[in-house]
Design a binder for this molecule. Structure first.
Ligand SMILES: Cc1cc2nc3c(=O)[nH]c(=O)nc-3n(C[C@H](O)[C@H](O)[C@H](O)COP(=O)(O)OP(=O)(O)OC[C@H]3O[C@@H](n4cnc5c(N)ncnc54)[C@H](O)[C@@H]3O)c2cc1C
Length: 406
């Protein structure tokens, strides 16, 4: 464990940032100036995407080599073993500078790396943890299948043991970022005779191994941020196992808890809502719709709900900071994020009317169609609204359990 005061740490971080990045100019929202992009899912060409991934990796490597890449992580894998308050401090300092966005690393760091730390073999931890945190490699989450999403335990991709290896056959779907990922966390069925939650096993799979085929899926808005991934006789070394053979359900739960924390509780989602709110108020003012009592009512309603979500999130984050496991707040946070995005989408439609569906070339108008069309995806990703309602109903309110078809 290193000892360094927060002041000395901040001094070190500021020196690194000053030497390596340009200060970020203060944010100015002036209607009609700059980019009018408000899309929720990424809409990039392949060339733009490759550039963004390469920029993200280059910045991550600099940050890691300067000692700020994995501030809270174990030193055995390149971490600094400092408390989470140092990570928050570094993030707040870095936010003052223009640096390459790290969204392509979010699943790898937010969900896959914590699962590797908790469940992988020592050999796999040595091989992948430092590389993930340094931005040398990127990871994706290979859980959902055409017949298994909310009911994840129904998945059918098979892994069978063959000496020192496992052989994987099957299909995954909706795999975000598979197109630029180096490894994936995959859950497979290893014993079809056991009850469905008990015959599953987790593995780390090399996305460039022979037999892995990634096919992009096109979104309604034109981009392709997720994929189908096919596995045909893909060989996985036995030391790439996560947890115990047939213990994959608890491995998957580790990843899903972290997923909900990063989507709902991380604050990013709420920040996204609040940023959109300011833009919508500017838009209503510009189009003279801010005098309409119904629009004003919708603006007030969305604003109040964003504040409520912010406080619920802060409660969940305070629990995490205090070392407790966040409970149902994460389901409530995920649900309130999607409810608020729906409110903002309705507000955009009320302000814009037909401008939402017809591109007149006017700045900041038709661009909202990508936001509105992205909301259903966020309502599904990381657990659908209906599944969140079930969790809240059963675990918070103590209502009778939903009947399940087994
Ligand atoms: C933007 C985005 C990114 C994604 N990224 C990934 C990824 O990287 N890796 C990955 O593995 N997956 C990913 N997914 C997939 C996601 O996890 C699944 O879509 C999600 O779990 C829902 O599963 P499904 O699509 O099979 O829908 P289903 O589970 O078939 O659900 C269909 C409908 O039935 C409802 N329903 C299902 N069960 C119940 C129930 N018990 N009670 C009430 N209603 C119910 C659902 O709410 C939904 O409305 C992504 C999805 C999206 C939209």
């Amino acid at each position: 464990m290193q000892t360094i005061t927060e002041d000395a740490f901040a001094h070190e971080a500021n020196e690194f940032l000053e030497a390596n990045a340009e200060p970020r100019p203060p944010e100015r929202h002036v209607f009609g100036e700059g980019s009018d992009e408000v899309a929720l899912l990424q809409e990039r060409t392949q060339a733009e995407e490759l550039q963004a991934v390469s920029d993200a990796k280059a910045w991550a490597q600099k940050v890691f080599d300067a000692g700020f890449g994995w501030i809270t992580g174990p030193s055995a894998f390149g971490g600094r073993e400092l408390p989470a308050s140092y990570q928050r401090l570094y993030s707040s300092l870095e936010a003052r500078y223009k640096t390459a966005p790290q969204s392509c690393r979010a699943i790898g760091l937010g969900m896959v790396a914590p699962t590797i730390l908790a469940h992988a073999t020592r050999a796999a931890k040595d091989r992948y943890l430092r590389a993930l945190w340094r931005g040398d490699i990127i990871a994706c989450q290979l859980f959902s299948e055409p017949g298994a999403g909310s009911d994840l335990a129904g998945l059918q991709t098979r892994a069978t043991r063959d000496g020192d290896e496992w052989i994987v056959n099957g299909q995954k779907v909706w795999t975000s970022g598979a197109q630029y990922s180096d490894i994936g966390e995959i859950i497979c069925r290893t014993d079809p005779d056991l009850p469905k939650h008990k015959g599953l096993t987790g593995f780390i799979v090399d996305m460039s191994a022979p037999g892995v085929e990634v096919r992009p899926l096109r979104q309604i808005t034109g981009g392709a941020s997720f994929n189908e991934v096919f596995f045909t006789d893909v060989r996985v070394p036995a030391d790439h196992l996560l947890g115990d053979v047939n213990g994959g359900w608890s491995v998957a739960l580790t990843t899903l808890m972290n997923e909900r924390a990063s989507i709902g509780g991380g604050g990013g989602g709420i920040g996204l809502g609040a940023g959109s709110m300011h833009r919508l108020i500017d838009l209503a003012t510009h189009l003279g719709r801010n005098k309409d009592p119904l629009v004003r009512q919708q603006i007030a309603d969305a604003w109040i709900n964003l504040q409520v979500a912010k406080y619920t999130n802060e409660r969940a984050l305070a629990k995490i900071r205090a070392g407790e496991l966040p409970g149902p707040e994460l389901s409530i946070a995920k649900l309130s994020l999607t409810e608020n995005l729906r409110r903002l989408a309705d507000l955009a439609a009320a302000i814009l009317g037909e401008r939402l569906v017809v591109d007149t070339g006017e700045w900041g108008t038709y661009a909202w169609s990508a936001f509105v069309l992205g909301v259903p995806g966020i309502r599904i990703a990381g657990g659908t609204d209906e599944v969140m309602h079930n969790i809240i109903g059963e675990r918070v309110l103590g209502l009778p359990k939903e009947p399940w078809v087994r």
